[in-house]
Design a protein around this ligand. Sequence first.
Ligand SMILES: NC(=O)C1=CN([C@@H]2O[C@H](COP(=O)(O)OP(=O)(O)OC[C@H]3O[C@@H](n4cnc5c(N)ncnc54)[C@H](OP(=O)(O)O)[C@@H]3O)[C@@H](O)[C@H]2O)C=CC1
Ligand SMILES: O=C(O)C1=N[C@H](C(=O)O)C[C@H](O)C1
Length: 234
Amino acid sequence: MGLEVCKAVDAAPDLDLVALLDHDDTRASAVEAGARVLVDFTNPGVVMENLRWAIEQGINVVVGTSGFTTERLDEVRGWLAGRPEVGVVIAPNFGIGAVLMMQFAARAARYFDSVEIIEQHHPRKLDAPSGTAMHTARLVAEARRAAGCPPMPDATEEEFAGARGTDIEGVRVHAVRASGLIAHQEVLFGAAGETLTIRHDSLDRSSFMPGVLLAVREVVKRPGLTLGLDELLD
Ligand SMILES: NC(=O)C1=CN([C@@H]2O[C@H](COP(=O)(O)OP(=O)(O)OC[C@H]3O[C@@H](n4cnc5c(N)ncnc54)[C@H](OP(=O)(O)O)[C@@H]3O)[C@@H](O)[C@H]2O)C=CC1
Ligand SMILES: O=C(O)C1=N[C@H](C(=O)O)C[C@H](O)C1
């Protein structure tokens, strides 16, 4: 993703690529190069330290790296309180179709008895479930809570560990890893006599680039934390 982002920024006539950082490079070179925006696609183990550092330096940040829990987001808000002029955009998924898939899922959530999420990714992915799946589960759970939906029907009494996926705020999430896949997600809704499946497929990493470039352009105008691309698209 890092390389794809560098290529996309380099090709954008209104943006300048001033530094490329791998894990062996010193972050200070971004400051020396005059970076106004840092884009982080690293891994959940290092992203928080990168974010803290960039905010301290007064550099705006666009984050695609996964692994953001509500505790992590609160920590970022805390850092931003000390640098209110800095903007941070954290998006679980920069694919426009994926953003719409999440919005449609949240909209459908209240009308169905059951909902489960199945995400599928390439086998090099470090985290499971995906950030997109966790964000979708939280949106769906929030919509169901707001509508006063009862718990989902499920008679399971005995199960092998993991057979029913993981539980995120009451929504079951299943993660598949297989060669040949890039990034895919289905949100499966069920009610009496009908199902609805909302599916999104990223077939190539270029699918994320319009969203990343949008965030890079917008983050400099938006101090504080922006979560997801929804506000930027509107
Ligand atoms: N929000 C979105 O739309 C998307 C999010 N993602 C997320 O982005 C993250 C990266 O994905 P992907 O590119 O596939 O992963 P990769 O593992 O292919 O790339 C991560 C890169 O970050 C480098 N790296 C590790 N630590 C540091 C550091 N401290 N500073 C700078 N670079 C570092 C790694 O180097 P090395 O390999 O040498 O350790 C590697 O080149 C994941 O969390 C993924 O889930 C991915 C796609 C879309
Ligand atoms: O690792 C990936 O590839 C992706 N990660 C993000 C996630 O965890 O949701 C976004 C997309 O699914 C691709």
